[in-house]
Design a protein around this ligand. Structure first.
Ligand code: 5GP
Ligand code: ZN
Length: 111
């Protein structure tokens, strides 16, 4: 069982922001900053090592779309884009995902 597959299949609730036929973007349940979004492939890949290259391109295109949405809707023009692979790298959910973390002046975030 995989929590992000359950989100894709609407078995687990999430706040969805945007989707394509191959990818989904939704709010992180424990946001590092307001508007912290996760972008995932709808198909299950554990990490970058398993990830299909074409799906990776689709996923990063969705990341790009999300940065545009954050700019238009929340006036965010600074963002960290992050992806962890493997337990040693602090990956905690083993369904590939890219974090989009909005940054604001003097937010003093450390991660
Ligand atoms: P990782 O540590 O693997 O890079 O990131 C996993 C992220 O998934 C964490 O930021 C965590 O807050 C988020 N997360 C874990 N479980 C859920 C969930 O059930 N729903 C949502 N929306 N986010 C989750
Ligand atoms: Zn999954």
């Amino acid at each position: 069982m995989c929590i992000f597959c359950d989100i894709v299949n609407d078995k687990v609730k999430s706040h969805k922001i945007y989707e394509t036929n191959k990818t989904l973007a939704f709010l992180d349940i424990h946001p590092i900053s307001n508007g912290h979004i996760l972008v995932i492939p709808k198909e299950h890949y554990k990490d970058i090592y398993e990830m299909d290259s074409n799906i990776l391109i689709e996923t990063i295109k969705t990341v790009k779309a999300i940065t545009g949405i954050l700019k238009d809707k929340l006036n965010i023009n600074a963002v960290n884009i992050m992806n962890s692979n493997g337990e040693i790298a602090n990956q905690t959910v083993f369904h590939y995902h890219i974090h989009v973390i909005p940054r604001r002046e003097n937010d003093n975030l450390n991660f």
